[in-house]
Design a protein around this ligand. Structure first.
Ligand code: SAH
Ligand code: DHB
Ligand code: MG
Length: 237
């Protein structure tokens, strides 16, 4: 356990670097830029919390899916569909199944997906992650559904390990399971934060993955316009 947490003020430099780099690597002239901006605006206008992945994170996940030639991606936690729209719009052959428990979020996401012209690629499934993943796992086991090549876990943090455990049973060999918001400004190792359900869920998934058979993983800390956080990046044997 580390010493008590130093509070990290989000650095204007991190945001400036994201802005500079994206203006070159993903300028507003890209085919999906307008749809991505419209998704964030419509989600904010509908009162959704502004907790989507950053543009750089969304693009990183989409580029990973491209280089790994992922055909089917699974997401837990859709919100307004921003991360799902990144994955689908950067990868024309990719099908995204995204699970959302909040009916308002799911409806806003479906509207954003439709406006982006991605209804054929993104399916938003309404339901609690544990229930829906259990059902999807049954479908995969019965051969009624293709195995997933990438999973993004970004929902209620207390269930992180349950989501990884269920995802492990329905992915291809070599698939990545990425768990968002693992570091949370260092709260992962802050003694004063250990009562928080999200932090407990994040510590549990790190510790369970560390001892699980058939999973190898790393925690990658990140900074940027979404401040200081990090991913648990798991590769399935
Ligand atoms: N991946 C999105 C952000 C997701 S925010 C993006 O980057 O654009 C987290 C979402 O998880 C919220 O919409 C919340 O309603 C949803 N969520 C919370 N608990 C859930 C559960 N038990 N099952 C499915 N979704 C859940
Ligand atoms: C929160 C949730 C997220 O998934 C995220 O990326 C950032 C913040 C939150 O619940 O505060
Ligand atoms: Mg998140």
């Amino acid at each position: 356990m580390a010493a008590p947490l130093t509070r990290h003020t989000p650095s204007p430099t991190w945001t400036a670097v994201d802005g500079y780099a994206l203006s070159h690597t993903h300028p507003a002239s890209r085919p999906n830029s307008a749809a991505l901006s419209a998704t964030l605006s419509a989600s904010a206008a509908a009162g959704l919390p502004e907790i989507s992945v950053s543009a750089a994170q969304g693009k990183f996940l989409a580029l990973h899916c491209r280089s790994a030639r992922v055909a089917h991606a699974l997401e837990v936690g859709t919100l307004g569909g921003y991360s799902a729209i990144w994955l689908a719009s950067e990868n024309p052959g990719l099908k995204v199944t995204s699970v959302e428990v909040d009916p308002v979020h799911a409806e806003v996401a479906r509207g954003n997906v439709k406006k982006a012209g991605l209804e054929g690629q993104v399916e938003v499934v309404l339901g609690a992650g544990v229930d829906v993943l259990g059902r999807l796992q049954g479908e995969v086991e019965r051969g009624e559904r293709e195995r997933f090549g990438f999973v993004f876990v970004d929902a209620d943090k207390k269930n992180n390990w349950e989501y990884v455990r269920l995802a492990k049973g329905m992915v291809e060999s070599g698939a990545v399971i990425c768990v968002d918001n693992i570091v949370r400004g260092g709260r992962l190792v802050d003694e004063g934060s250990q009562g928080e359900a999200g932090v407990l869920g994040s510590r549990r998934v790190v510790e369970e993955v560390g001892r699980a058979e058939g999973l190898d993983a790393v925690v990658l800390q990140t900074v940027g316009e979404k401040s200081y956080d990090g991913w648990l990046w798991i590769v399935v044997e």
